[in-house]
Design a binder for this molecule. Structure first.
Ligand code: ADP
Ligand code: MG
Length: 373
């Protein structure tokens, strides 16, 4: 009998304890449940990029890009620039095989995907529509969330596709065919533009110079190669733009006038001086870019600095950036080549961090040719 009383008393005490500490107990069990779920469930996001002339798909699992496939469009080469109508049609042809390849590379099937990320803008509207429609259809049919990504945010976040990764806050010089910006990056989803081009982008300056020289499109990589055998013997006036903004339209015009005058005097001037012209133009563009980047570091006091975008593939920019960084005590970051030009790997990184923040969009989302940063 005594034992029974003792037993009931003990039970009473335990129940009282559970009652008193219930909210903590509930919290603890919930935490344990989440940890077990996180360990068990990997988060995989499929990303689609189609903002210009590259169709790309990638998969990121728990923050690691495990596949990244891109189909480039050679059809534009004969026109010396991207033809929007042709770009859209090429995206339509490439998009399904590219997504298929990215999924196969990752050793997955569609059922392993937790969300679809896509480039919403900025870019060519016809090109964006293909990627956005594909993303929406996939998300709808699989009943999973949709994540819209800003193309320029993604270029910056390309730094997180692989090690080493910059530490926040860092500065990023994003230089591509359509954009030239210095961005202060506070966090994965918190960035501010400190300066940008008021006219042409740095990539455009390369490509348009290439057109004047009779080079194929895109001329950036060709100028890079030709410049290696040249010297910067020709000088072009540096644009005077206030603050951290850039301008490349004046440079383009002065190159044009310089070439017109030189060719009038010697019709073979371009052929005879091609390497030196390329080297001089490249030196001028990179000088302008690095001067503003140095200024941005001085103003903000930030020493963690990265470069991103298609032009960051330029060998002279990479070399000068690293040398300058060593001189000034910067920690410098350059993403691997495949994450520099347009690719879905960077969209996947941006999408993954938006996923963790619970930042989704709905089926009414539309592509934006211009999109606020
Ligand atoms: P966008 O997103 O604006 O289409 P990308 O990020 O794909 O641009 O970059 C393409 C641009 O990068 C083109 O203007 C191209 O000429 C330039 N580019 C690529 N490689 C190099 C290089 N090695 N040197 C200079 N410019 C380059
Ligand atoms: Mg781009």
């Amino acid at each position: 009998m005594n034992l029974l009383v003792y037993y009931f008393k003990m039970m009473h005490k335990v129940l009282l304890l559970v009652y008193r500490w219930q909210k903590y107990l509930f919290f603890f069990i919930h935490l344990l449940y989440n940890i077990i779920n996180l360990l068990k469930n990997k988060i995989s996001v499929l990303a689609i990029e189609s903002s210009c002339d590259d169709t790309s798909a990638a998969i990121i699992t728990d923050g690691v890009v495990i596949s990244n496939r891109t189909a480039t469009q050679i059809v534009h080469q004969q026109y010396g620039g991207v033809v929007p109508e042709l770009a859209s049609r090429q995206h339509l042809i490439h998009i399904i095989p590219v997504i298929d390849a990215a999924i196969k590379d990752a050793g997955m099937d569609l059922h392993n995907i937790d969300a679809i990320a896509f480039t919403r803008g900025p870019g060519l509207l016809g090109s964006l529509i293909v990627g956005v429609s594909m993303a929406k259809s996939l998300a709808l049919s699989m009943d999973i969330p949709l994540i819209d990504v800003h193309h320029m945010h993604a270029h910056v976040l390309a730094h997180f596709a692989e090690e080493p990764k910059p530490v926040f806050p860092f500065l990023c010089l994003t230089v591509s065919g359509g954009h030239t910006q210095i961005v202060k990056v506070n966090d994965y989803t918190d960035m501010e533009v400190l300066g940008s081009t008021i006219d042409d982008a740095a990539g455009e300056a390369f490509d348009k110079t290439g057109k004047m020289l009779g080079l194929d499109y895109p001329a950036g990589p060709i100028i890079d190669k030709l410049a290696k055998a040249g010297k910067p013997v020709f000088n072009f006036p540096e644009p005077q733009v206030s603050g951290l903004n850039f301008s490349f339209s004046g440079l383009k015009t002065s190159i044009l006038y310089f070439l017109q005058k030189a060719v009038a005097e010697n019709p073979n001037f371009i052929q005879e001086n091609l390497h030196d012209i390329c080297c001089s133009v490249q030196t001028s563009i990179i000088h302008i870019l690095l001067k503003k980047l140095k200024k941005a570091s001085e103003i903000t006091g930030i020493m963690e600095i990265g470069i991103a975008g298609g032009v960051s593939a330029n060998s002279y920019l990479r070399q000068s950036f690293i040398e300058e960084g060593k001189k000034l005590g910067w920690k410098t970051y350059i993403p691997a080549f495949e994450y520099c030009t347009d690719n879905a790997g960077m969209i996947a990184v941006a999408g993954y961090y938006k996923f963790l923040n619970g930042e989704f969009c709905d089926q009414n989302v539309t592509p934006l040719a211009r999109m606020e940063f």
